[in-house]
Design a protein around this ligand. Structure first.
Ligand SMILES: Cc1ncc(COP(=O)(O)O)c(C=O)c1O
Length: 442
């Protein structure tokens, strides 16, 4: 936290004072009838939900609960590949069988999924039980949720929406509206774009297509029995702030982002709404994607330089950097970012950062089958044709190159090798760069 020792101790004592437990007046998260029930009802009003549930284990727990509540083992779920890691974990826990859709790309930058791709996926898999959508994505790129919801509904499936990065949308006219209320279930990380304590999040339920009792049981499975009261309090404080002044909060974020965008755009190209409009996507402009690759600047070297100057980015991608303007962003930070970036325009990339397109998934086993089948690590070049036993993903944003149960193709191996050379870090490989495969026999 960087506070002097005395101040840190005082701040900690203040939080510890609130660190209570399920006393009679403090209600019970898993069976709320008092203060927590009331706070959740008030939150449901603000986010137009029929029910809102506070989550003390982040949207990650919400994603697990959404799948556990809706998909039986073996049932099909459709999802674009930009789903967060918790979705792949949810597949292991629930036993659901995934079928993936392509994510539209522009100059190597993953955008989001189009309604056409959703329609095509249902034509191929009409029996799918649910569709899992992530919108906005990490870079703030919003899919056409209303159109997608109508397609999903017309096929009798459920829409599960990961809106972890979108809790602030719908409050400011300067930012895209959200049609998240058209989903059956959606999660939002209030610790990401609003001011809740980490990892405070919520799960909203819309309509009655999902069995509420199974949903509650699923949340009990994946959440602690000792919820943090400081965290619950922070969720209620955010709820109150957004109920009374949400427009001002979101307008302020949009305004600061506008300042940062115009200052950065004088130095380097920045992803804009106009870039995305032809493909039908909208942009949450509080996410500032700096297209370093277009300017011939190496994003990884740039990120290292910014870190030396005390500027931590949300994400470093091949060819792009992502800065996020949250409620705590100060306008004085614009100057620091600009000073740091101005040196970069002279630092041209020594090598081409462009990566091959993400490999197509070749699903052989469900992630759950792969998880239980016994596994071992092997050198990347010896893994060709084998089945992956773990997710390999660049993190963040964590979009998998290969997920448990998928064949390790030439394309997967080439991608990992080229991306590693470009400076991308991977999760899912061991310290020697080996990959986990199904089966224990050598
Ligand atoms: C798209 C997306 N969904 C879900 C999550 C998980 O959220 P949490 O950190 O609140 O568990 C993340 C985290 O980065 C995310 O990016």
């Amino acid at each position: 936290m960087g506070l002097p020792a005395g101040e840190a101790a005082a701040a900690f004592a203040e939080v510890a004072r609130l660190d209570l437990t399920e006393l009679p007046e403090l209600d019970d998260l898993h069976n709320p009838t008092g203060a927590i029930a009331e706070a959740q009802e008030l939150a449901a009003d603000v986010w137009h939900a029929d029910k809102t549930y506070f989550l003390v284990n982040g949207s990650s727990a919400g994603v697990l609960a959404m799948l556990l509540a809706t998909c039986n083992p073996g049932e099909l779920i459709l999802a674009p590949r930009n789903a967060h890691g918790s979705f792949y974990h949810a597949l292991i826990l629930s036993g659901a069988a995934p079928r993936y859709l392509p994510v539209a790309e522009q100059n190597g930058l993953p955008l989001n999924v189009t309604p056409e791709a959703v329609e095509e996926a249902f034509a191929r898999h009409p029996q799918a039980k649910a569709f899992f959508l992530t919108s906005p994505g990490y870079n703030g790129i919003c899919a056409e949720v209303a159109k997608i919801a109508a397609i999903v509904r017309s096929h009798g499936a459920l829409l599960l929406l990961d809106e972890a990065h979108g809790a602030h949308l719908g409050f400011s006219r300067s930012l895209p509206a959200t049609s998240g209320h058209l989903a059956d279930l959606r999660v939002q990380s209030w610790h990401k774009t609003l001011a809740a304590l980490t990892p405070g999040a919520v799960l909203h339920q819309h309509g009655v297509r999902v069995d509420q009792h199974r949903l509650r049981a699923a949340m009990q499975l994946v959440q602690t029995s000792s919820p943090s009261y400081p965290l619950l309090l922070s969720l209620d404080a955010v709820r109150r702030e957004m109920a009374l002044g949400g427009e001002a909060v979101a307008d302020e974020m949009a305004g600061k982002a506008r300042q940062l965008r115009s200052a950065v755009a004088r130095l380097l190209p920045v992803l804009t709404e106009a870039d995305l409009a032809p493909a039908g996507f909208q942009l949450d402009t509080t996410r500032v994607t700096v297209l370093t690759g277009q300017a011939g600047v190496c994003s990884f070297a740039a990120a290292r330089r910014l870190a030396q100057l005390g500027i931590d980015l949300e994400l470093v991608q091949a060819g792009a950097l992502l800065a996020v303007v949250g409620p705590g962003f100060h306008v004085k930070d614009v100057k620091r970012v600009v000073t740091a970036l101005s040196g970069l325009t002279q630092q041209r990339a020594e090598r081409n950062e462009a990566l091959p397109p993400l490999p197509q998934a070749d699903v052989v086993l469900t992630p759950r089958e792969a998880f239980y089948c016994g596994s071992r690590y092997t050198a990347l070049q010896d893994a060709r044709g084998k089945i992956a036993a773990a997710t390999v993903a660049s993190y963040p944003p964590g979009m998998p190159l290969v997920a448990p149960g998928e064949r390790i193709t030439d394309d997967v191996i080439t991608y990992i090798q080229e991306a590693s050379r470009a400076g991308v870090c991977f999760r899912g490989l061991d310290g020697d760069g080996r990959i986990k495969i199904c089966g224990t026999e050598r």
